[in-house]
Write a protein that binds this ligand. Structure first.
Ligand code: BG6
Length: 490
């Protein structure tokens, strides 16, 4: 990241400024960027929400959010005060034009005082139902009207299915240029996810093996220990497939499986990723129940704001194939779920067996483990001779850990992403076609489930590894998911 890369003044508007995302992620990220001198010298943060608040109390609350959630620990008095001086709160109803008139005037004054039209970032930290309303108001008030300077940032979920996502894309594209629209998938901002491209394309040794000649199968797991908690209202109408697979997991699949782009440039990269999704073999009809396992943790129906007859899945495991030259025949096993044993995101590249069996011992084929979180590591498992007078083999691991290799701090995903928005670099954001392709993959699965809502909805006990059926899905490629001891099967 280039320091002070922003010479242009920036007006950063956060809609939904009283919400959880602002307090937990956005303000801590902006504060860290400020501390690291990555924000422009001249910037203002306009926090907009419908609630009237007293500004000092509001800022104190933001500060406690930074103290609690920033990777840099607690704020220091002077630095916080200097940062907070850039923040102003504006109470305003998103449904009323006057909110945007006031905002326009504030942004206009900011430009006048800088003698320069600054860049403007409009961050929608709001419920999806406000996306159209806010966009229409920005458009009508002519606030977000300069293609090269003004950007909107939209959080997931982007639509609730293919039709709504398409409509939303068309709606936004009528009001803004595509290059102004930043659709966030925060997984793409994670340091370890960004490193996958470096690992694959800046090294010569791995890429020749990265195909169906050498790879037996791939596992992508995003397991969570947390339950749906207070998010039952949203989650019950979403489910794990929409919440995690349509976006984060398919994006992990893309970075794992994509071809090398011609250059490290936003459009080349996004096109290469989209090609992966477009080549995923569709799973539909009866095949859905063979290739996709869904589960619900026991007790889910008693969570707040969850329907007592809910058939929403809190767990999904799927077997997908990518029908291209590189990956033909290699299954990609994906899984995610809530209320599991632990929080862990990993990508496993499981290589094939050595072609000749010349040793007596059973040999474990090579395995590359890319740990995205909570550990940040890449390990390669290989066989080695156990020291001694016999030819006895045992798998060992060669590890790269960020902790041991670097002294640099690891930025939060939101820091990287907000900085990219300020710079105008959309590489790590979802283009309209990517979002739609991803919906195309999950739609037939959703449709099959909608037709038979209770069919094979496996119940699992919270705090376990999820349904046994997800282990069976791996057969005959593997006995169990990597890292999951066989005896722990549920
Ligand atoms: C969000 C989902 O997008 O990602 C949540 O809506 C999920 O349900 C979260 O818990 C996981 O993100 P992370 O960064 O904590 O792995």
């Amino acid at each position: 990241m280039a320091k002070q890369s922003q010479t242009f003044p920036a007006g950063i508007v956060i809609f939904g400024a009283k919400g959880d995302l602002t307090r937990r992620k956005l303000i801590p990220a902006l504060y860290n960027l400020y501390q690291g001198k990555f924000l422009p010298e001249t910037f203002r943060i306009y926090c907009v929400d419908y609630i009237s608040v007293e500004e000092a109390g509001y800022k104190a609350d933001l500060r406690s959010g930074v103290d609690e959630f920033s990777r840099n620990g607690k704020t220091t008095e002077n630095e916080w005060l200097a940062f907070a001086d850039h923040i102003e709160y504006q109470s305003g109803d998103f449904l009323k034009a006057e909110t945007f008139v006031t905002l326009k005037s504030a942004l206009g004054k900011f430009d006048i005082s800088n003698k320069k039209r600054g860049r403007r970032i409009f961050y929608y930290a709001v419920s999806p139902r406000f996306i159209e309303t806010i966009s229409e108001a920005l458009y009508r008030q002519n606030i977000c009207n300069q293609d090269n300077l003004d950007r909107i940032v939209i959080e997931k979920p982007f639509g609730t299915d293919l039709t709504t996502a398409r409509l939303l894309n068309r709606f936004l594209q009528k009001r803004f240029a595509e290059k102004q629209i930043y659709r966030i998938d925060h997984y793409l901002g994670k340091e370890t996810v960004q490193n996958i491209m470096a690992f694959r394309f800046a090294n010569y040794v791995f890429e020749p093996l990265w195909n169906n000649r050498f790879v037996d199968h791939v596992e992508i797991s995003v397991t969570e220990k947390v339950s749906v908690g207070a998010r039952g209202g949203y989650y019950d109408s979403s489910g794990a497939l929409r919440d995690m697979v349509q976006n984060h997991i398919l994006q992990l699949l893309c970075v794992t499986a994509m071809e090398c782009p011609k250059e490290y440039e936003a459009e080349a990269i996004r096109t290469a990723k989209n090609a992966v999704i477009k080549n995923i073999r569709p799973v539909s009809g009866a095949q859905v129940f063979k290739q996709v396992v869904r589960g619900q943790y026991k007790g889910y129906k008693k969570e707040d704001h969850v329907a007592s007859s809910s058939t929403t899945e809190t767990y999904v495991a799927a077997k997908l194939f990518i029908d291209n030259k590189r990956w033909k025949g290699v299954p990609f096993f994906l899984r995610t779920g809530k209320s599991l044993t632990r929080q862990s995101t990993t990508i496993i590249i499981q290589f094939k067996h050595a072609p000749l069996k010349i040793f007596k011992d059973d040999i474990e084929p090579n395995r590359l483990i890319i740990s995205i979180q909570p550990e940040l590591e890449i390990s390669l498992l290989f066989e080695s001779k156990v020291p001694g007078l016999q030819m006895k083999l045992k798998p060992v691991e060669m590890d790269f850990t960020y902790k041991e290799s670097y002294t640099e701090a690891i930025p939060e995903a939101y820091e990287a992403l907000i900085l990219d928005v300020l710079k105008g670099d959309p590489t790590l954001f979802m283009r309209a076609d990517q979002v739609e392709s991803a919906w195309q993959v999950v739609m037939p699965i959703l449709e099959a489930w909608q037709k038979q809502p209770a069919k094979e909805l496996h119940q699992y006990i919270a705090g376990t590894e999820g349904p046994t059926a997800a282990v069976d899905l791996l057969k005959p490629f593997a006995k169990t998911w990597t890292g999951l001891p066989e005896q722990q099967k549920t």
